[in-house]
Design a protein around this ligand. Structure first.
Ligand SMILES: NC(=O)c1ccc[n+]([C@@H]2O[C@H](COP(=O)([O-])OP(=O)(O)OC[C@H]3O[C@@H](n4cnc5c(N)ncnc54)[C@H](OP(=O)(O)O)[C@@H]3O)[C@@H](O)[C@H]2O)c1
Length: 268
């Protein structure tokens, strides 16, 4: 069984551990953790019954790890983390970085050109197993044994690294738009006279059902709308009002703003 060490035991690390354990991609005794805050490590060990007691000391845990996940923030001491890895980790251990905006080139400059490094942007839907993580590997990564772990906390979209920032602004931030749309549509149902519970039930089912229809039929959304809308009918009258708003352009501008912001943050 591969050993995995997590540096930085924050929100994202916890979400990944929870999903990986739930899908049995990793056993509790194969996980070790470190964080500036020892209480955070103790909390996660207790919460997820992480039972590895062989490698309590950080150098030992790093030396035993086949995979080292870096889960600190972009503004944290990344050179310090890299130094620890360089000092103690096996030369062949794969580093999995989830740090937004930190490129493979920067990681290679800190960890050495020969270190296998995977750059992952996880989504926040880890508990569902749905949603995509954006993934770019350097040339040294053996992706086959790594894949079950990556697939335990989301679907994997392999990307050219130049698209990772676009992916972050579009796909990871993109869940917001669905939540926002669900809220706005449920409000519309209430405005029209349904109870909040009735309206919410309808919205969730319509969202799931519409995505299923798109997948099942393979049709373009516009073709399905055409089937849904009779001449001068209810649907086309509703769509006419929506077309007068900046619904599509507003959404698209939002996505472009999020992508721009990701790029700005990467450059800082
Ligand atoms: N949240 C998301 O939606 C998301 C999505 C994709 C990618 N990411 C990336 O995931 C990473 C983690 O995000 P997060 O939301 O989980 O952040 P977080 O909750 O703040 O977790 C970071 C943890 O790392 C610890 N830490 C800082 N410096 C350290 C060091 N030198 N050695 C060991 N531990 C250290 C922090 O401790 P202190 O708090 O005591 O400093 C904190 O517990 C970020 O790089 C982010 O860009 C996040």
């Amino acid at each position: 069984m591969s050993q995995i060490h997590f540096i930085g035991a924050g929100q994202m690390t916890e979400a990944i551990i929870r999903a990986a354990l739930k899908r049995e991609a990793v056993q509790p005794d194969a996980i070790t953790l470190s964080d500036i805050d020892p209480e955070r490590v103790a909390t996660l060990k207790a919460r997820y019954a992480l039972s590895n007691t062989h490698f309590e000391v950080l150098p030992d845990a790093l030396a035993a790890a086949d995979y080292i996940v870096i889960g600190v923030r972009p503004q944290d001491d990344i050179p310090g983390v890299a130094q620890l890895i360089n000092q103690h980790a096996k030369p062949g251990a794969t580093v999995v970085s989830i740090i937004a905006g930190v490129t493979l080139a920067r990681l290679a400059s800190l960890l050495g050109e020969d270190r296998p490094v995977a750059r992952i942007i996880p989504n926040t839907l880890t508990d569902t197993g749905l949603g995509y993580s954006g993934v770019a590997f350097n040339a040294h990564v053996d992706s086959v044994p790594l894949m079950p772990f990556l697939e335990s906390f989301g679907k994997v979209m392999l990307l050219e690294e130049r698209l990772i920032d676009t992916f972050t602004g579009f796909a990871v931030a993109g869940v917001n738009y669905v939540y926002y749309f669900a809220e706005a549509l449920a409000d519309a149902g209430v405005l029209a006279g349904l109870t909040r519970a009735q309206s919410t039930q309808v919205v969730w089912e319509n969202l799931v059902g519409a995505v299923s229809m798109l997948k099942l039929s393979g049709l373009h959304p516009r073709q399905l709308m055409d089937i849904n809308n009779s001449p001068a009918g209810v649907g086309i009258n509703g769509l006419y009002e929506l077309n007068k708003s900046d619904f599509a352009a507003g959404l698209q501008s939002s996505v472009l703003a999020a992508v721009r912001r990701t790029t700005e943050l990467s450059g800082q």
